[in-house]
Design a protein. Structure first.
Length: 354
């Protein structure tokens, strides 16, 4: 568990907004190269690792299974350096503007520190929630000339949150960090690569998921898999409630990996659903089902390539994703690794028919 936590810490602290995933990719590549048979980077920036089936799998043709975990995180693009030295910006990916005022960010390749500023509440309409257009990043510059030496239009910014352990109880080990969507999925994929399976395994660490599942589509065309599993950090909405409340939660932290049956981008392949259900039962891994209809993941792009790919998403529940700081339970993360590893040992062509 400590090794998995340390891996997640390194991934979470790395900065990689959509379109600028290089630092995350370099970190992952250095970790996995000793574990795989081949690794390549495509023109989009996807990192694709290949690990051949174990000897017991016999001669080809063997099942070709693709795992996908996206490297990018939500962030911001600088659109203008104002005369006052403040930086106007737009969100890259889905960000709730209500979470932003006063938050620390890092700007550009040099990671210049800044703070997201908002109109003074005392002087503004108290009933109006500021939007992105009302906010600016303050890097402490006196004017545009001073700011221009540190930031320019087209630079990216990400949250400056550092990873921290919140609760170190083995029964409830919780951690805080940024970008758990989807560095949690990246950590799972990297941990899975420690083993060799009876399938030819391709693991795609993808780019630009947060702006339209773009990298996954390109990677899937390259790999042309027989089956695919997207690995995610997903919405967890289980804040304390009154005992008499009956609120349907998306997922619950501490209740195990979340299997997606349906979202806005995918109707999960029934055979892949059965694979995960039967694997969880056989391995005695508690799982839950993500409430349908919310969001979309890389599997939404992967399942549509070539003649179609049986696909599904399995995710680690995370509170407060797409915000400056998320929280997850490391037991959920470890259980996701166990579920996916066991599914790769179990999968056969019988699961791929409808």
């Amino acid at each position: 568990m400590a090794e998995l936590r340390e891996l997640l810490e390194r991934l979470s602290n790395a900065h990689g907004p959509s379109g600028r995933e290089r630092a995350v990719r370099n970190l992952i590549r250095a970790e996995i190269e000793p574990l795989v048979d081949r690794v390549e980077v495509d023109a989009m920036g996807n990192l694709i690792a290949f690990k051949a089936a174990d000897a017991a799998a016999g001669a080809a043709p063997r099942l070709k299974v693709m795992l996908a975990a996206h490297m990018d995180e939500v962030g911001f693009m600088i659109t203008e350096v104002g005369k006052s030295g403040l930086l106007s910006f737009q969100a890259v990916g889905g960000v709730d503007a209500r979470t932003l005022p006063g938050k620390r960010v890092l700007v550009g390749d040099d990671q210049t520190p800044g703070v997201i500023g908002a109109p003074v509440p005392h002087l503004s309409d108290g009933d109006r929630v500021p939007g992105i257009e009302d906010l600016a990043i303050d890097i402490g510059a006196i004017d545009d000339k001073a700011a221009g030496g540190k930031a320019k239009a087209g630079d990216y910014a990400t949250f400056a949150t550092r990873f921290a352990v919140l609760h170190d109880d083995p029964a409830w080990p919780t951690v805080r960090g940024k970008a758990f969507d989807d560095r949690a999925g990246c950590a799972v994929a990297m941990a899975v690569l420690a083993e060799r399976y009876p399938v030819d395994l391709y693991v795609a660490f993808t780019v630009q998921e947060e702006v339209g599942l773009r990298g996954a589509r390109v990677a899937a065309y390259r790999v042309n898999p027989d089956a695919a599993i997207a690995l995610e950090g997903t919405i967890c909405d289980d804040l304390p409630q009154q005992p008499d409340e009956d609120v349907t939660r998306v997922t619950r932290m501490g209740h195990g990996p979340a299997i997606t049956l349906m979202d806005r981008s995918l109707l999960s392949h029934p055979g892949m659903v059965r694979l995960l259900q039967e694997t969880a039962a056989a391995e005695k891994i508690a799982v839950q089902y993500k409430a349908p209809g919310l969001g979309g993941t890389d599997s939404g792009a992967i399942h549509q390539v070539h003649a179609g790919v049986p696909s599904i998403t399995v995710a680690t529940p995370c509170r407060y994703i797409h915000s400056p700081a998320a929280i997850l339970n490391l037991n959920d993360l470890a259980a996701t690794v166990a579920l996916v590893s066991a599914a790769l040992r179990r999968i056969d062509r019988g699961y791929l028919t409808r």
